[in-house]
Design a protein around this ligand. Structure first.
Ligand SMILES: *[C@@H]1O[C@H](CO)[C@@H](O)[C@H](O)[C@H]1NC(C)=O
Ligand SMILES: *[C@@H]1O[C@H](CO)[C@@H](O)[C@H](O)[C@H]1NC(C)=O
Ligand SMILES: *[C@@H]1O[C@H](CO)[C@@H](O)[C@H](O)[C@H]1NC(C)=O
Ligand SMILES: *[C@@H]1O[C@H](CO)[C@@H](O)[C@H](O)[C@H]1NC(C)=O
Ligand SMILES: *[C@@H]1O[C@H](CO)[C@@H](O)[C@H](O)[C@H]1NC(C)=O
Length: 500
């Protein structure tokens, strides 16, 4: 049981990126009420037009001939016609407007590149549901929720835009994406090099799959982030699991824990404690993903360098009692869940919601996106747990009636054998646990890795900020330089063509 539920937690990490849409919108207004004008908010409002494109439900077979309306957002304010470049965001597991809002980098470089911006929603997320609200009700429908279908959607959409927008026929297109969206942008360039001249794959763990990287690397990075953010911070968290087990062994201890953590629903039994620990583990992982150098509202509204703030409550020495330690853990968790002061209670099933993003991503993790994760409690600060594919597979079968194909992602996208491709930038943050599955060294002159040592999850895609470390400024500059080279080369190729 333990393994199964925990496997789920591991496999759903990326998906945090999408669950969040709901939180973010709900909390934004509260944040503004409490803090008034945010000190860091020179972010210009984004402005785009929303369109819907009739997309084939199944690109790869001919029996299902239906279509669905794929949502995409378009901004041509700075587009230089004819032939100005198109920056195309390959949408991931959530509402595309939320990704659009959180990809300030594209908005900031549109003018200097004279680029049109397009943000394409991934099928089965946001409003792009092939079978309407029923999309998730029948696993037969979910059969068309694959990255291959999503890439085909993007290709068909781009071909259509080029054919229908005056002045776009010869526009070079560059794919941009973060996280799973970054994996898609890299794969898009690999599979459709005639459609995009290059790709920026930010924090894209394209090697997080079976047999490609050690399963423990992900949680090692999480642990390192805490280790370097405060005295004994990782050690305290490592100790907290036993403390929870001990304290929760009595009825009064359970009650104390529930009250100390201000839980919405009191802990009653072993099962609740298991959920509670998984929830805490996910909290630390999420903090590692969003350890940004400035106050930000990505997964949750958080202070600048939130792990440092969290670690202030966790700097215990070895004599600390279980109760003191857990009091610190509770205060630390509340930095994440109650920074705005507007949470009445903490909900340990918050990440188990059946929102569309959650189900969609979990289905993808249960089919072709199998990402093994494990912990040993020594090199990381978590309870030891091996990767158990069979247990994971059984859980997928129980949930969706499908079993994962552990090796498919490697077979279809090449795994580590990608050197024959070109024009892809893989950027990764040293603080981001997903860097564990990322491309972190240069593969060839045009498959380039950019490391941002003090960056968390796709920091480079966010709006620039006065508190940005030099490493992310340098990364963005290098990215734009490559964009310009790709665009220039595409124009030259086109001009040399006899048809011109
Ligand atoms: C995106 O930003 C706009 C304002 O520019 C806002 O109205 C909208 O609610 C945001 N969407 C999400 C999902 O955060
Ligand atoms: C377990 O908790 C009790 C109080 O409930 C405490 O006295 C004891 O020291 C704890 N044991 C360990 C090993 O920390
Ligand atoms: C969140 O913070 C507010 C303001 O400090 C406080 O009143 C409230 O009790 C806190 N909620 C939780 C769950 O701790
Ligand atoms: C806790 O979260 C779950 C999932 O989002 C929700 O169904 C439930 O109502 C929440 N409980 C409370 C007390 O807020
Ligand atoms: C890859 O090469 C580029 C120069 O093309 C360099 O700036 C970058 O630091 C290299 N990346 C790594 C991870 O060494």
């Amino acid at each position: 049981m333990r393994t199964q539920v925990s496997d789920r937690a591991a496999a759903t990490c990326i998906l945090m990126l999408c669950l969040v849409c709901l939180h973010v919108t709900a909390l934004k207004s509260q944040l503004f009420t409490r803090l008034g004008a945010l000190p860091y908010s020179p972010e210009p409002p984004v402005s785009y037009k929303t369109f819907y494109f009739d997309q084939k439900i199944d690109h790869f077979g001919f029996l299902e001939d239906g279509t669905f309306k794929q949502r995409y957002l378009l901004s041509d304010k700075y587009w230089q016609q004819p032939g100005g470049p198109i920056l195309f965001y390959t949408g991931n597991e959530g509402d595309i407007t939320w990704f659009c809002n959180n990809t300030g980098f594209m908005w900031e470089i549109a003018e200097e590149l004279g680029a049109m911006l397009v943000f394409a929603e991934h099928r089965y997320y946001g409003e792009s549901l092939p079978f309407g609200p029923d999309s998730y009700s029948d696993s037969k429908h979910l059969n068309y929720l694959t990255s291959e279908q999503a890439l085909a959607d993007f290709a068909v959409l781009i071909q259509n835009l080029k054919g229908s927008l005056p002045g776009a026929q010869h526009s070079p297109v560059i794919a941009v994406g973060g996280s799973y969206g970054g994996m898609l942008s890299a794969w898009f360039r690999m599979k459709y090099p005639h459609v995009v001249v290059g790709a920026l794959a930010s924090s894209a763990p394209i090697w997080q799959f079976t047999g490609m990287v050690p399963c423990g690397d992900f949680y090692k990075i999480v642990t390192q982030d805490f280790a370097k953010s405060g005295h004994n911070c990782d050690a305290s968290i490592r100790k907290s699991w036993k403390a929870i087990n001990n304290v929760s062994s009595t009825v009064s201890g359970l009650q104390w824990l529930s009250e100390e953590f201000s839980l919405c629903a009191p802990l009653k039994n072993k099962n609740d404690i298991f959920t509670f620990k998984s929830w805490l583990q996910e909290t630390w992982v999420n903090l590692a993903m969003v350890d940004y150098p400035y106050e930000a509202n990505f997964l949750q509204p958080l202070p600048r360098w939130p792990i440092q703030v969290v670690c202030k409550y966790l700097s215990f020495d070895s004599a600390v009692s279980d109760y003191q330690l857990l009091q610190g853990v509770s205060q630390a968790a509340k930095v994440y869940y109650n920074y705005t002061g507007s949470s009445p209670c903490l909900n340990t099933s918050q990440t188990a919601t059946s929102s569309l993003g959650y189900l969609g991503w979990f289905y993808q993790a249960c089919t072709e996106m199998v990402m093994p994760m494990c912990t040993d409690g020594v090199q990381d600060m978590f309870e030891p747990e091996e990767w158990n594919f069979q247990a994971f597979s059984d859980e997928c079968y129980a949930m969706f009636g499908v079993r994962p194909r552990a090796d498919w992602a490697g077979a279809v996208y090449g795994g580590k054998e990608i050197s024959s491709h070109s024009n892809i930038i893989f950027s990764n943050g040293g603080l981001d646990p997903w860097a564990s599955g990322g491309v972190t060294s240069n593969i060839s002159h045009s498959l380039v890795s950019i490391m941002i040592p003090d960056g968390a999850h796709h920091l480079d895609l966010r709006y620039s900020n006065d508190l940005d470390p030099p490493s992310v400024r340098a990364a963005r500059a290098l990215e734009v330089k490559s964009f310009r080279e790709w665009i220039k080369k595409a124009k030259k190729t086109h001009c040399a063509a006899p048809t011109h």
